[in-house]
Structures are given as structure tokens and as C-alpha cells.
Design a binder for this molecule. Structure first.
Ligand SMILES: NC(=O)c1ccc[n+]([C@@H]2O[C@H](COP(=O)([O-])OP(=O)(O)OC[C@H]3O[C@@H](n4cnc5c(N)ncnc54)[C@H](O)[C@@H]3O)[C@@H](O)[C@H]2O)c1
Length: 359
């Protein structure tokens, strides 16, 4: 895996990829900036024990490109970026390492804003913020917006409502059965919205605490032993809210749902799965469109957080999802392809305006 375009084809298309090392703290990080066409790149920092430098690089290139598309369709004035810290957060994370990382972020002078991702938390961003102003997703105590899963779940619910309108003619989940895989931060809030809307909820989780939460808070949620039982249940909507790769070849063959809309990132296990979903008549709402509520929140925090303003923008995921599903029908492509086209269109049309000379 290389970064540069060496054979005439665009290998990764990134603007900038920065390798950061600090031997004393053990920091090894890579910051990927895919595009700043719409504004400063924005995306979280993943702290993960990759098996190799190549694996870390491959991940940051893929994730930063994905953020450009997500931010574009969320209507944000942000390009796409992401960072990875190569190491085991349980062993390697320290104040000094996070602050060293913060100084590298600062050295990019605002081309990249960082936030939380797998392996990094709100309190880590508070530490990073002691070295750089280009960080968001901080705690409420430090002027941040705190937990982003509230608006992520709200956005997923809006995307699901748009899919319901497309599939059944009415933007409600009332009377439908929704299967949630993963009752974590996002899945819990999503379950609440669905129950309030009149849906029946079936769910599963591998964590006993999450199941205990469901039994105590929403006893009407029907719990099933695992994801295999969930996807073969009589569900109208499947909401993957755990890890990536939820839609693999085996799952798609047996899935009973008409609609897929969930919070998890990178739901399609490999390219081409979206076609199999379409062939089976399953309406897939692209993950990066419906789960954009979190990045909408952290982008809002950069302006000075206003929950109502951020919620309004996350509510817009309903319209965006509806446009994508309509475009997919018009152009005879999958919703995943339609979403990419709309994102590229915004990056080109709005990004081009920067060529107007301002003196
Ligand atoms: N939190 C956000 O704001 C946000 C934003 C965008 C995308 N996402 C994505 O949404 C997904 C969920 O995020 P979260 O913040 O709720 O994470 P979380 O860790 O709080 O919740 C994930 C839940 O999934 C469960 N789980 C793991 N493996 C499972 C399995 N095989 N079967 C059933 N359950 C399983 C875990 O026990 C946990 O309860 C992730 O893919 C994340 O990347 C989250």
C-alpha cells in the first residue's frame, strides 16, 4: 500500500498524509487529509494496535476518504480527514503521548480538526486540547458538547424514517418491527426513539450490562441470543449498531428485513454487497449518511455548541436520505452509489468556489 500516485492512476487521492513520531512517549501516528475542498478536514483519531504500519496506513487512508464523503453529505463546511495512533490504547495511552499528538495536530495550523474515534474518548480530547485548538468532541466541563451518540442515534432514526417513507409510503416506524444489533451508546438511544414512534424492537448484544439495561429500562424490547437469531427474525428493518462489516455475504442471503438503517460504520463487508442487497429487494441506507449525527455535533462544537442547531442539522438526514433513495431509483444505481455521487457533486460544486479570487 503506497500513498503516492506512481502509475498514473490515483492510488488514494489524498492531499496530505503526515507521519508523526515521538520516541520518548512512543507516539506513532498518521494523519490523513483526503480533501479540504469544503473546509478544514475533520475526523476522529483511532487508537488501535494495528498488526503493521501498512495496516495503519491503509486504515487512515480509507477512513479519511470516508470522512470527506460523510462531511460533504452532512452539509458541513469541512473536508475529510482522520488520524490513527498505532498502539494499544490500554498500554500506550498517556498524558504525554496525547499531548505530543496534540502538538502534531497543532503543527498543521488548522488544516485538520481531530475528535474521538475507536480507542479515544471525550476525556482524551480534553488532554489533546491542552496542546492544540484544532480539536473537538471535548467534555462539557471543558466547553465541549460531550456524548455524540445522542445525535448519532437521532440521525439514524431520521434516515430510517426516510427509508420507511420510500419503502412503505409513510415516514413512520409505527407497527414495524426493527432489529437492533448492539445496544451500546447509539443503539440504546435509537431503541428509545423507535419505541416512542410505535415500533416493536427486537435486539441483541454480547454485553450482559447492555442486556440488563434493556430489561430494566424497556422490558418490551424482545431480546434474542445473537445476531444470527436477530437477522432471521421476522423484522422489517435491520439496524446494525455494533461493529463494521455487519452486511457480509452470509448475512445478506438470510436477512429478512426490507430496510437496513443503522449506526455502525463500514457496514458493507466488501464492495459489491450493495448490489446483492438490491437484488434481494433490501433497501440499504448508506451508513455514512445516516450516522452523520455525531460528526454534525462535533462540527457544531467548533462554532460553540448549540444543541438545538445541531439537532436541526441532524434532522436534515431525513431529507438527505430521501434524496439519495430517489436518485438511486432515477439513475438505476444502488443507494450507496447515489450517495457517493451526491457527495462528489457537492465537493466539486462548492469546493470550486474557492477559486474565486478574493484579493
Ligand atoms: N457514538 C457515535 O457518535 C457514533 C457515530 C458514528 C458512528 N458510530 C458507530 O456506531 C457503532 C456503535 O457505536 P457506539 O458508540 O454505540 O459503540 P458502543 O461500543 O457503545 O456500542 C456497541 C455495542 O455493540 C455491542 N456488540 C459488539 N459486538 C457485538 C455483536 N457481535 N453482537 C451484538 N452486539 C455486539 C457491544 O457490546 C456494545 O454494547 C460503531 O460502529 C460506531 O463506529 C458511532
Amino acid at each position: 500500500m503506497g500513498v503516492f500516485d506512481t502509475d498514473g492512476t490515483d492510488a488514494s487521492g489524498h492531499e496530505q498524509v503526515v507521519f508523526c513520531q515521538d520516541r520518548q512517549t512512543g507516539l506513532k501516528a498518521i494523519i490523513g487529509i483526503y480533501s479540504t475542498a469544503l473546509g478544514p478536514a475533520l475526523g476522529g483519531t483511532r487508537f488501535y494496535p494495528y498488526p503493521s504500519e501498512e495496516a495503519a496506513l491503509a486504515d487512515v487512508l480509507k477512513l479519511s476518504r470516508g470522512m470527506a464523503y460523510k462531511n460533504a453529505l452532512a452539509g458541513l463546511d469541512h473536508g475529510g480527514g482522520k488520524a490513527v495512533i498505532w498502539g494499544d490504547p490500554a498500554l500506550a495511552k498517556s498524558e504525554a503521548l496525547l499531548r505530543a499528538y496534540g502538538r502534531f495536530v497543532e503543527s498543521l495550523s488548522g488544516r485538520y480538526y481531530t475528535a474521538c474515534d475507536v480507542g479515544t474518548y471525550v476525556l482524551d480530547m480534553d488532554v489533546v486540547a491542552r496542546e492544540t485548538g484544532y480539536v473537538t468532541g471535548r467534555s462539557v466541563e471543558h466547553g465541549g458538547a460531550g456524548d455524540s451518540s445522542i445525535l448519532t442515534a437521532w440521525g439514524v432514526f431520521q434516515g430510517m424514517r426516510a427509508a420507511a417513507e420510500h419503502a412503505w409510503g409513510s415516514p413512520t416506524l409505527s407497527g414495524r418491527t426493527v432489529g437492533i444489533a448492539g445496544l451500546g451508546k447509539v443503539g440504546k438511544y435509537l431503541a428509545g426513539h423507535l419505541l416512542s414512534d410505535g415500533a416493536e424492537v427486537i435486539a441483541t448484544d454480547v454485553n450482559e450490562a447492555a442486556l440488563a439495561w434493556a430489561r430494566a429500562t424497556h422490558p418490551q424490547i424482545r431480546l434474542v441470543p445473537d445476531t444470527a437469531a436477530l437477522i432471521t427474525s421476522d423484522i422489517d428493518v435491520y439496524a446494525p449498531c455494533a461493529l463494521g462489516g455487519a452486511l457480509d455475504d452470509d448475512t445478506v442471503q438470510v436477512l429478512r428485513a426490507t430496510v437496513v438503517a443503522g449506526g455502525a460504520n463500514n457496514q458493507l463487508a466488501h464492495p459489491g454487497i450493495e448490489k446483492t442487497l438490491a437484488e434481494r429487494g433490501i433497501l440499504y441506507t448508506p451508513d455514512y449518511v445516516v450516522n452523520a449525527g455525531g460528526v454534525i455535533q462535533v462540527a457544531d462544537e467548533i462554532e460553540g455548541f448549540n444543541f438545538e442547531r445541531a439537532k436541526l442539522r441532524a434532522t436534515g438526514i431525513f431529507d438527505t436520505t430521501g434524496r439519495i433513495l430517489a436518485l438511486a431509483d432515477e439513475e438505476g444505481v444502488s443507494p450507496a452509489v447515489a450517495a457517493d455521487r451526491l457527495a462528489e457533486q457537492r465537493m466539486a460544486e462548492v469546493g470550486r468556489l474557492r477559486s474565486i479570487y478574493l484579493g
